[in-house]
Ligand binder design. Structure first.
Ligand code: NAD
Ligand code: 6OD
Length: 491
């Protein structure tokens, strides 16, 4: 029976779908209207152990006896099979997240497939380092490096871009010859479960890719990270969760890559192309209902254009259309859950208590009874907050931003950098000299100039400060997912 034919979402262990030894299930609810999407089988500690042991066994099995070329061919087949089952993945992603068709069909699912395609090529054609060394006897030595898989990789991912972020890690991990135990977010288990079907269809050997469902502490997330046969952990999620996982990973000195929270700033200079800056800020603040780690929550605008920018951003934001995922002209879906909406609304209230001017939004939209049990929320813009307000300092992860005027470049850079986070920044200016001058000063892993979220998958992705450790993407992923051995041969 295919997992996708069931109304239950199963674990995927050693090539088979299974409910789990405890027979415990939890509900996956639609954020659109609160209806039941599926019952999800929660993995017990024994199930996670079985998944990790299957991955460990597969390491020394066929996965590392087939050639690099054959392995990369299989990874490419995964990309093609996701493409063939595009509509299944799309429906599953929209059901779990409520995100619009216009987003899931253009970003989430195509990118989920592209991650396998590109890492198949990158790993297939990656080169090694060679160093010719001088020696006292004049004969010299040749140093060269070889790369080996790290082993069993524990992959833990969040709910905002479920397939995209899961495959961003699974694809390079497998292409490099590792095996994987993946734990998707409890909010969005469906597309990772479908990935299990795809692995079987294309002939990835049993045990190479496993999926366990559940929560963090006291559940599958914790069981996975503390398992001694997990050699490295790659995690995307909240900064506080990243800290907790790092502590666990310290036992056994296991490697960790972490992509964490953000409080990203945009700088809008008076010399920008205002049409582009307004449209770009609508995208950077409200895409996926503000639930992208790269989303802008702080906007700093040069004083001469402040009022005009605020007015135009308000007008553009008020044109965004709410709607169910399947409707083609929907711009904004709900938040991921009622629980997350409670958190975001608590910041909406805090903004008002701190004296914000609510430019637009600030609450819950009236969408009628059909969507009454959903997690809908208005996109919201504030001005007038102090820089030490909680709303300006803490990651909210909702469709909202605070706009603040600045007078000088120095002030703009100082305010943008005055945060514990360091994921991404955007600069809107038509002055090339200014762009080159300021971009390196941003204390972030990523800087965009006159665009947002334009991603070449070969480029390094990750955050500075408390936004993460390490970089993934292209050759940077290979660094994480392999162990390098230097071989020195004396002539
Ligand atoms: P989260 O940290 O609550 O959960 C992420 C995953 O970790 C889930 O699968 C969860 O079950 C698991 N988990 C939770 N506690 C755990 C524990 N103690 N041990 C092991 N696993 C545990 O994050 P979320 O709410 O799912 O996602 C939103 C957060 O993710 C935001 O902070 C956002 O900025 C961040 N994020 C960062 C990036 C990035 O690339 N930097 C990308 C997307 C999201
Ligand atoms: O585009 C990507 O590859 C990527 N890692 C995006 C992350 C978005 C965070 O929410």
């Amino acid at each position: 029976m295919l997992q996708s034919a069931l109304k239950t979402t199963q674990n995927f262990i050693a090539g088979e779908f299974c409910s789990g030894s405890s027979q415990k299930f939890f509900d996956n609810l639609s954020p659109v209207d609160g209806s039941l999407v599926s019952r999800v089988a929660e993995a017990s500690e024994a199930d996670v152990d079985r998944a990790v042991r299957a991955a460990h066994k597969a390491l020394t099995g066929t996965w590392n006896t087939i050639s690099l070329g054959e392995r990369c061919d299989l990874i490419r087949d995964v990309a093609n099979e996701i493409g063939r089952r595009f509509e299944d993945f799309l429906a599953a992603e929209m059901a779990d997240t409520g995100k619009p068709h216009s987003l899931a069909s253009v970003i989430d699912i195509p990118r989920g497939a592209a991650n396998f395609r590109i890492f198949s090529d990158i790993v297939r054609y990656a080169s090694e380092h060679v160093y010719h060394q001088e020696t006292a006897d004049g004969l010299g030595a040749l140093n060269y490096t070889v790369r080996k898989p790290k082993g069993v990789i524990g992959v833990i991912s969040p709910w905002n871009l479920p397939l995209l972020l899961m495959t961003w890690k699974v694809a390079p991990a497998l292409a490099c010859g590792n095996t994987v135990v993946a734990k998707p977010s409890e909010e969005t288990p469906s597309t990772t479960a479908l990935l299990g079907e795809v692995m079987n269809t294309v002939g990835i050997p049993a045990g190479v890719f496993n999926v366990v469902h559940g929560f963090g502490p006291g559940s599958a997330g914790e069981f996975l990270t503390k398992h001694p046969l997990v050699n490295a952990i790659t995690f995307t999620g909240e900064t506080r969760t990243g800290e907790a996982i790092m502590k666990v990973a310290a036992t056994g000195v296991r490697d960790i890559s972490s992509e964490l929270g953000g409080k990203n700033a945009s700088l809008v200079f008076a010399d920008c192309d205002l049409d582009k800056a307004v449209a770009g800020t609508v995208r950077s603040a409200f895409t996926n209902t503000g639930q992208v780690c790269l989303c802008t929550e702080r906007v700093y605008v040069e004083r001469p254009i402040f009022d005009e920018f605020v007015g135009r951003l308000k007008a553009a934001t008020e044109k965004l259309r709410f709607g169910p995922p399947g409707e083609k002209d929907t711009d904004l879906g709900p938040l991921i859950s009622r629980k997350h909406r409670d958190k975001v609304l608590s910041y909406y209230r805090a903004a008002v208590e701190d004296g914000a001017t609510v430019v637009t939004g600030g609450g819950v939209p009236e969408l009628g009874d059909t969507f009454g049990e959903g997690a809908w929320i208005q996109p919201t813009i504030w001005t007038g907050l102090r820089e030490d307000s909680r709303v300006v300092r803490e990651e909210i992860f909702g469709p909202c931003c605070h706009i603040q005027p600045f007078d000088t470049e120095e002030d703009a850079v100082r305010m943008a950098n005055d945060t514990q986070y360091g994921l991404a920044a955007v600069i809107w200016t038509e002055n090339l000299g200014r762009a080159h001058r300021l971009a390196p000063k941003m204390e972030t892993g990523i800087v965009w100039v006159n665009t947002w979220n334009l991603r070449d998958l070969r480029t390094p992705f990750g955050g500075a400060k408390q936004s993460g450790i390490g970089r993934e993407g292209g050759l940077h992923s290979i660094e994480f997912y392999t162990e390098t051995t230097n071989i020195c041969i004396k002539n």
